[in-house]
Write a protein that binds this ligand. Structure first.
Ligand code: SOE
Length: 386
């Protein structure tokens, strides 16, 4: 069993920071069987990536991902770059015998997903897609409660992911608004999280019908951009992805689902919310109040029935015992630490990762089914992924 896992990270912007923070922190709070060694971070701009490496505790840096992937001293390649680059890097990493951790959505389309799955399976390497919201303690608690039959048979599940950072038409272009780099807009960026939570909590989606729309079709050209901030350059550029998507779904179980993803909901910053109604109870969670889980059960005495709010910060709640005393709440970054902890343990103990590339592909299959339903103006079945 390895006592160390050497990591190479590709990408050093928003996700690069979230992942770097996770590697820096994980073995301080969690007893890792194999601790991560932050070998090298990779980016094209030498001065920016070297500064990032220094600041975030990477031993070194590379300016070509091909070089990073070929290095003998890297065990795990972590991909935190735009979606259009995931397949090429992941396939090369797997062929070089590296374990692969990849940001969501896994790839631009199902053809890329299938090639990525083939590559990791033939190489026999561990693979995980980063759906960080699964690792929020209140969400993992919801999963435990559903598995323990707390809400009974699920009938309705509503997933809403709303942001407002593009509501200003003067917000400049960046890679997230170009089809060739992002694949889709709110649909894939936010909808992917909603779909993954649906798969995790409710089960597989079977068929869908929906709409996508680009309300703001032109924006100031890109000057500089990082994360969700940007400055304008000269002129304007056409937006080639949706800024909103809305769709209905049927789960394999027979439950109904509704999904909404938008970057145009004023006041909603990172409003990733679900409400799941079962035959004897309801669970509600929203990331903007991420430590709380709401629970209603018909098993309470009738006169005392009502939603209770569970503060998921007790040491008995998933992941929490490793952090602070009860009530000392957790934040966005902790989900990434939990994901990295699970990944490192799975590698160390040679067991499958969850969610893996197959789960990432199942999510892309749903995104594509919604696109198909838009093209055909009808319900579309979700492709099965083996
Ligand atoms: C931007 O919309 C974004 O950073 C997404 O890319 C992330 O996946 C989500 O967690 C927060 O919003």
């Amino acid at each position: 069993m390895p006592s160390e896992i050497n990591v190479g990270l590709v990408g050093y912007k928003f996700m690069g920071k979230a992942h770097s923070n996770a590697y820096m922190t994980v073995d301080k709070f969690f007893d890792c069987t194999a601790r991560p060694v932050m070998k090298a971070v990779c980016g094209r701009d030498q001065s920016a990536v070297s500064e990032f490496a220094e600041r975030w505790g990477w031993q070194g840096y590379e300016t070509s991902w091909e070089k990073l992937v070929a290095r003998d001293d890297i065990d795990l390649v972590d991909i935190g770059t735009p979606g259009s680059t995931h397949a090429e890097i992941a396939i090369a990493a797997a062929k070089a015998g590296k374990h692969v951790f990849c940001e969501k959505p896994l790839a631009m389309n199902m053809a890329e997903c299938r090639a990525m799955i083939d590559a990791v399976r033939s190489a026999g390497v561990k693979n995980m897609v980063n759906f960080n919201y699964r690792r929020v303690p209140a969400v993992a608690l919801a999963k435990q409660m559903i598995d323990n039959d707390a809400i009974g048979e699920i009938r309705h599940a509503r997933f809403t992911y709303l942001q407002d950072w593009l509501v200003d038409p003067m917000f400049p272009m960046n890679w997230r608004m170009r089809k060739e780099s992002a694949g889709s807009g709110a649909h894939g960026d936010l909808g992917a999280h909603a779909i993954d939570l649906a798969h995790y909590l409710v089960g597989d989606l079977a068929s869908v019908v929906g709409q996508k729309k680009t309300f703001i079709t032109e924006r100031p050209a890109e000057g500089t951009s990082s994360g969700l901030t940007a400055t304008a350059g000269e002129g304007t550029e056409e937006v080639t992805v949706d800024d909103s998507s809305m769709w209905l779904a049927k789960f394999e179980s027979g439950a109904f689902g509704s999904f909404e993803a938008t970057r145009l909901a004023p006041g909603r910053k990172n409003f990733n919310r679900f409400e799941i109604n079962g035959s004897k109870g309801t669970l509600v969670w929203c990331f903007e109040d991420m430590n709380w889980l709401e629970f209603y059960t018909t098993e309470d005495t009738e006169s005392a029935r009502g939603f209770r709010r569970i503060l998921a910060t007790e040491s008995s709640h998933p992941y929490v015992g490793n952090w602070w005393p009860p009530g000392h709440i957790l934040g966005y970054e902790h989900g990434f630490v939990h994901a990295v902890y699970d990944l490192l343990e799975d590698i160390a103990h040679d067991r499958p990762c969850v969610p893996d590339f197959r789960d990432g592909a199942k999510c892309v299959a749903v995104l594509e089914a919604v696109d198909k339903s838009i093209e055909t103006n009808a319900w579309a079945n979700v492709e099965r992924v083996n």
